[in-house]
Design a protein around this ligand. Structure first.
Ligand SMILES: C[S@@+](CC[C@H](N)C(=O)[O-])C[C@H]1O[C@@H](n2cnc3c(N)ncnc32)[C@H](O)[C@@H]1O
Length: 193
Protein backbone atom coordinates (compact mmCIF):
# COMPACT_ATOMS: atom_id res chain seq x y z
CA UNK A 1 0.00 0.00 0.00
CA UNK A 2 1.26 3.50 -0.88
CA UNK A 3 1.87 6.07 1.90
CA UNK A 4 -0.88 8.77 1.57
CA UNK A 5 1.68 11.62 1.60
CA UNK A 6 3.69 9.84 -1.12
CA UNK A 7 0.58 9.46 -3.27
CA UNK A 8 -0.33 13.12 -2.90
CA UNK A 9 3.16 14.49 -3.48
CA UNK A 10 4.15 12.08 -6.26
CA UNK A 11 1.12 13.23 -8.19
CA UNK A 12 1.99 16.92 -7.63
CA UNK A 13 5.60 16.44 -8.69
CA UNK A 14 4.53 14.42 -11.76
CA UNK A 15 1.99 17.05 -12.84
CA UNK A 16 4.32 20.03 -12.28
CA UNK A 17 7.80 18.60 -12.87
CA UNK A 18 9.17 21.74 -14.54
CA UNK A 19 7.79 24.12 -11.94
CA UNK A 20 9.31 22.12 -9.09
CA UNK A 21 12.63 21.45 -10.85
CA UNK A 22 13.35 25.06 -11.70
CA UNK A 23 12.89 26.62 -8.26
CA UNK A 24 15.58 28.90 -6.82
CA UNK A 25 17.54 28.05 -3.68
CA UNK A 26 15.93 29.34 -0.49
CA UNK A 27 16.86 32.96 0.24
CA UNK A 28 17.06 32.22 3.98
CA UNK A 29 20.11 30.05 3.24
CA UNK A 30 21.75 32.10 0.48
CA UNK A 31 21.49 35.22 2.66
CA UNK A 32 23.27 33.51 5.58
CA UNK A 33 26.12 31.77 3.76
CA UNK A 34 28.59 33.64 5.97
CA UNK A 35 27.48 31.44 8.92
CA UNK A 36 28.35 28.17 7.17
CA UNK A 37 31.77 26.59 7.56
CA UNK A 38 33.50 26.02 4.17
CA UNK A 39 32.34 22.40 3.84
CA UNK A 40 30.47 19.65 5.67
CA UNK A 41 27.37 17.49 5.55
CA UNK A 42 23.95 19.07 4.92
CA UNK A 43 20.68 17.21 5.53
CA UNK A 44 17.73 18.51 3.52
CA UNK A 45 14.59 17.19 5.25
CA UNK A 46 11.53 16.80 3.01
CA UNK A 47 13.79 18.42 0.45
CA UNK A 48 11.72 17.60 -2.65
CA UNK A 49 13.69 18.66 -5.71
CA UNK A 50 16.22 20.21 -3.30
CA UNK A 51 17.00 23.50 -5.04
CA UNK A 52 18.90 24.63 -1.94
CA UNK A 53 20.67 21.29 -1.59
CA UNK A 54 21.84 21.49 -5.22
CA UNK A 55 23.06 25.04 -4.66
CA UNK A 56 25.07 24.02 -1.58
CA UNK A 57 26.41 20.89 -3.30
CA UNK A 58 27.65 23.08 -6.16
CA UNK A 59 29.51 25.15 -3.53
CA UNK A 60 31.44 22.32 -1.88
CA UNK A 61 28.97 20.74 0.52
CA UNK A 62 27.99 17.08 0.72
CA UNK A 63 24.20 16.87 0.76
CA UNK A 64 21.74 14.18 1.80
CA UNK A 65 18.08 14.61 0.83
CA UNK A 66 15.21 12.72 2.45
CA UNK A 67 11.63 12.89 1.22
CA UNK A 68 8.53 10.71 1.01
CA UNK A 69 8.16 11.40 -2.74
CA UNK A 70 10.13 9.10 -5.03
CA UNK A 71 9.08 11.26 -8.00
CA UNK A 72 10.59 14.40 -6.40
CA UNK A 73 13.86 12.63 -5.68
CA UNK A 74 14.03 11.21 -9.20
CA UNK A 75 13.66 14.74 -10.60
CA UNK A 76 16.33 16.01 -8.21
CA UNK A 77 18.69 13.14 -9.01
CA UNK A 78 18.35 13.71 -12.73
CA UNK A 79 19.40 17.34 -12.29
CA UNK A 80 22.21 16.62 -9.82
CA UNK A 81 23.65 13.82 -12.00
CA UNK A 82 23.82 16.21 -14.96
CA UNK A 83 25.87 18.60 -12.82
CA UNK A 84 27.86 15.79 -11.07
CA UNK A 85 26.83 17.08 -7.64
CA UNK A 86 27.65 15.15 -4.43
CA UNK A 87 24.09 14.49 -3.30
CA UNK A 88 22.58 11.29 -1.91
CA UNK A 89 18.86 10.58 -1.77
CA UNK A 90 16.53 8.35 0.24
CA UNK A 91 12.76 7.94 0.21
CA UNK A 92 11.41 7.99 3.74
CA UNK A 93 8.39 8.98 5.83
CA UNK A 94 9.78 11.79 7.98
CA UNK A 95 6.98 12.29 10.47
CA UNK A 96 9.13 10.80 13.25
CA UNK A 97 12.27 9.08 11.95
CA UNK A 98 15.44 8.09 13.78
CA UNK A 99 18.57 9.99 12.76
CA UNK A 100 22.16 9.40 13.91
CA UNK A 101 23.36 11.64 16.76
CA UNK A 102 25.80 14.55 16.20
CA UNK A 103 26.13 13.72 12.53
CA UNK A 104 25.09 16.72 10.42
CA UNK A 105 26.68 20.17 10.11
CA UNK A 106 23.53 21.77 8.73
CA UNK A 107 19.85 20.76 8.66
CA UNK A 108 17.38 22.37 6.24
CA UNK A 109 13.66 22.15 6.98
CA UNK A 110 11.61 24.14 4.45
CA UNK A 111 7.82 23.98 4.26
CA UNK A 112 7.40 20.70 6.10
CA UNK A 113 6.17 20.49 9.69
CA UNK A 114 6.45 17.56 12.06
CA UNK A 115 6.95 18.76 15.61
CA UNK A 116 8.44 15.45 16.91
CA UNK A 117 11.35 16.13 14.55
CA UNK A 118 12.50 19.09 16.61
CA UNK A 119 13.95 16.83 19.29
CA UNK A 120 15.52 14.70 16.57
CA UNK A 121 17.21 17.81 15.10
CA UNK A 122 18.59 18.71 18.52
CA UNK A 123 20.35 15.33 18.63
CA UNK A 124 21.27 14.90 14.95
CA UNK A 125 23.12 18.20 14.51
CA UNK A 126 26.74 18.35 15.58
CA UNK A 127 27.48 20.82 18.39
CA UNK A 128 27.80 24.17 16.63
CA UNK A 129 25.64 22.90 13.73
CA UNK A 130 23.11 25.14 12.01
CA UNK A 131 19.36 24.75 11.58
CA UNK A 132 17.53 26.61 8.79
CA UNK A 133 13.77 26.35 9.22
CA UNK A 134 10.92 28.03 7.37
CA UNK A 135 7.28 27.12 7.07
CA UNK A 136 3.78 28.55 7.12
CA UNK A 137 2.13 30.05 10.16
CA UNK A 138 -1.39 28.95 10.92
CA UNK A 139 -4.36 30.86 9.60
CA UNK A 140 -8.05 30.15 10.12
CA UNK A 141 -9.19 27.12 8.17
CA UNK A 142 -6.44 24.64 7.38
CA UNK A 143 -5.48 21.76 9.67
CA UNK A 144 -3.37 23.39 12.46
CA UNK A 145 -1.11 20.32 12.74
CA UNK A 146 0.60 21.44 9.51
CA UNK A 147 1.09 25.08 10.56
CA UNK A 148 3.13 26.88 13.19
CA UNK A 149 1.72 29.13 15.86
CA UNK A 150 3.19 32.57 16.18
CA UNK A 151 6.54 32.50 18.09
CA UNK A 152 6.31 28.70 18.44
CA UNK A 153 9.45 27.99 16.40
CA UNK A 154 11.53 30.62 18.18
CA UNK A 155 10.48 29.31 21.60
CA UNK A 156 11.28 25.72 20.60
CA UNK A 157 14.94 26.70 20.01
CA UNK A 158 15.21 29.46 22.59
CA UNK A 159 18.25 27.84 24.21
CA UNK A 160 20.19 27.95 20.88
CA UNK A 161 22.02 30.91 19.40
CA UNK A 162 19.36 32.53 17.24
CA UNK A 163 20.78 34.57 14.34
CA UNK A 164 17.47 35.22 12.67
CA UNK A 165 13.82 34.84 13.58
CA UNK A 166 11.16 36.54 11.56
CA UNK A 167 7.47 36.18 10.81
CA UNK A 168 6.96 37.44 7.28
CA UNK A 169 4.06 37.94 4.92
CA UNK A 170 5.07 37.06 1.39
CA UNK A 171 3.56 36.43 -1.98
CA UNK A 172 3.43 32.63 -2.22
CA UNK A 173 3.90 31.42 -5.81
CA UNK A 174 1.25 28.98 -6.91
CA UNK A 175 1.78 26.01 -9.20
CA UNK A 176 -1.42 27.02 -10.98
CA UNK A 177 -0.02 30.45 -11.82
CA UNK A 178 -1.89 32.61 -9.27
CA UNK A 179 -0.36 34.22 -6.19
CA UNK A 180 -1.61 34.93 -2.69
CA UNK A 181 -0.03 36.23 0.48
CA UNK A 182 0.85 33.81 3.26
CA UNK A 183 2.57 34.25 6.60
CA UNK A 184 5.67 32.16 7.32
CA UNK A 185 8.11 31.91 10.21
CA UNK A 186 11.84 31.76 9.51
CA UNK A 187 14.58 30.62 11.89
CA UNK A 188 18.34 30.36 11.63
CA UNK A 189 19.86 28.95 14.82
CA UNK A 190 23.07 27.33 16.00
CA UNK A 191 23.14 24.34 18.37
CA UNK A 192 25.29 25.11 21.43
CA UNK A 193 28.90 23.79 21.35
C1 LIG B 1 6.07 22.18 0.24
S1 LIG B 1 7.15 20.88 -0.24
C2 LIG B 1 8.71 21.55 0.28
C3 LIG B 1 9.86 20.98 -0.46
C4 LIG B 1 11.22 21.60 -0.14
N1 LIG B 1 11.55 21.44 1.27
C5 LIG B 1 11.24 23.06 -0.53
O1 LIG B 1 11.34 23.91 0.31
O2 LIG B 1 11.14 23.34 -1.72
C6 LIG B 1 6.83 19.66 1.01
C7 LIG B 1 7.69 18.41 0.86
O3 LIG B 1 7.41 17.55 1.95
C8 LIG B 1 7.41 16.22 1.46
N2 LIG B 1 6.63 15.40 2.40
C9 LIG B 1 5.29 15.47 2.64
N3 LIG B 1 4.94 14.56 3.59
C10 LIG B 1 6.08 13.90 3.93
C11 LIG B 1 6.38 12.84 4.84
N4 LIG B 1 5.43 12.26 5.60
N5 LIG B 1 7.65 12.42 4.94
C12 LIG B 1 8.63 12.98 4.17
N6 LIG B 1 8.42 13.98 3.30
C13 LIG B 1 7.15 14.44 3.18
C14 LIG B 1 6.80 16.33 0.08
O4 LIG B 1 7.08 15.25 -0.74
C15 LIG B 1 7.42 17.65 -0.41
O5 LIG B 1 8.62 17.41 -1.10
Amino acid sequence: MQHPDALRWDSRYSDEADWYSLRSPRHLVTSHLNLLPPNGLVLDMAGGTTSTGRYLAAHGWRVMVLDVSLVALQLARKKSNKESLPISFAVLDLMNPWLPASHFDVILNFYFLSRPLWDTYRKALKPGGLLFFETYLSEPGPDPTHYLNTQELRLAFNDWQIFHYLEVERLAPSRKGGQRTRWSAQLVARKPE
